[in-house]
Design a protein around this ligand. Structure first.
Ligand SMILES: C[S@@+](CC[C@H](N)C(=O)[O-])C[C@H]1O[C@@H](n2cnc3c(N)ncnc32)[C@H](O)[C@@H]1O
Length: 313
């Protein structure tokens, strides 16, 4: 079954057996509310390994077309393999979805019927120690989704001021101990640059008061999330990208966005609300959809997912 073939992971790190589960998040809800129809032109702006895309392709049929965008060239290459049965209907584009307008212009497509964004990173990225996303495995402090981009986590960790690091941890990680962790990072790097995920994770552990280490999630979770968001400028790009996505939708076209933390979801919520207020968009669901209990139990990575769907009027 398709559900068993997909690897997907989102912001949370999980136990090793779960890392091999291949599960596109909230697939049933995406199908039911995004409602792809035969012959549709669909953009999957976060193609990953093509989990959602495969179902979308089945539903739009052989007259439909899918434009799959990902800023990670390696993920894109794997998606191309996974979706090889549909290659005549697919365009694989190595880009940021924030450039959706330019991507479509290049393909001579004026507007599209459906857009899906499944934000964050995949387990394919998380589980490769060389990518530096995971605090569980030793690897270089990289965290770039796009290997062609210039700034890595190493650069931020080793060159930003204590104040700037503290702000990143507070704003993007909602990390309560942001001051302490930033202070420890700056102290440690004055001896030698912080080069690996393990080094950073050890510094975080040392910076946190003992009692705060008993939380359910690993103490490094929020700091790693914060640096990842900063390295990839995930929140800066989102608002502008949503404007462009909206402009690329046909009247009656639908957009679905899966967010994994409240910062992203807040941006999506505010955008959707403002378009609904100005009468340009219909909210298909008033409140974000959440994964079913069954899905959350089966796939712990889905637990924090929130799906919002809207239709252009
Ligand atoms: C959660 S995964 C998507 C998984 C996909 N829905 C599936 O079922 O296989 C997110 C993917 O989006 C990509 N991505 C994240 N932000 C992006 C952006 N701004 N532009 C293009 N791709 C992005 C990541 O590289 C990653 O491969």
């Amino acid at each position: 079954m398709l559900m068993d073939q997909m690897i997907m992971d989102h912001s949370q790190e999980t136990t090793s057996n779960e890392n091999t589960a291949h599960i596109p998040v909230m697939l049933n809800e995406v199908v039911e509310y995004l409602k792809p129809e035969r012959g549709n032109i669909v953009v999957d702006g976060t193609l990953g390994l093509g989990g959602h895309a495969e179902i979308l392709l089945k539903l739009i049929g052989d007259k439909g077309r899918l434009i799959g965008i990902d800023r990670d060239a390696r993920a894109l290459a794997l998606a191309r393999e996974n979706l090889s049965a549909y290659q005549d209907q697919c365009d694989f584009v190595h880009e940021n979805y924030a450039n959706i307008d330019a991507v479509l212009a290049k393909l001579n497509i004026k507007d599209v019927d459906r857009i899906l964004l499944d934000l964050g990173i995949s387990s394919f990225q998380l589980n490769d120690p060389q990518r530096g996303f995971s605090f569980r495995a030793e690897g270089p402090l990289d965290m770039r989704m796009d290997q062609d981009s210039y700034i890595s986590a190493f650069d931020l960790v080793n060159s930003l001021s204590e104040k700037e690091i503290s702000a990143i941890l507070k704003d993007f990680g909602q990390e309560r101990w942001h001051h302490r962790i930033a202070r420890y990072v700056v102290q440690r790097r004055s001896e030698k640059p912080i080069e690996t995920t393990k080094e950073l994770s050890d510094i975080i552990l040392r910076a946190m008061p003992r009692h705060s280490r008993r939380e359910k999630i690993h103490p490094a979770t929020r700091t790693f999330q914060a640096f990842r968001i900063a390295v990839n400028r995930e929140l800066q790009g989102l608002e502008e990208a949503l404007d462009k996505c909206f402009d690329c939708l046909k009247t009656g076209g639908r957009i679905g966005i899966i967010a994994f933390h409240s910062l992203e979801d807040r941006i999506v919520k505010q955008k959707f609300r403002s378009w609904a207020k100005s009468g340009e968009l219909n909210l298909i669901v008033k409140k974000p959809l959440r994964p079913s209990d069954g899905e959350a139990k089966f796939n712990s990575r889905a637990r924090s997912a929130r799906l919002r769907i809207a239709e252009r009027i």
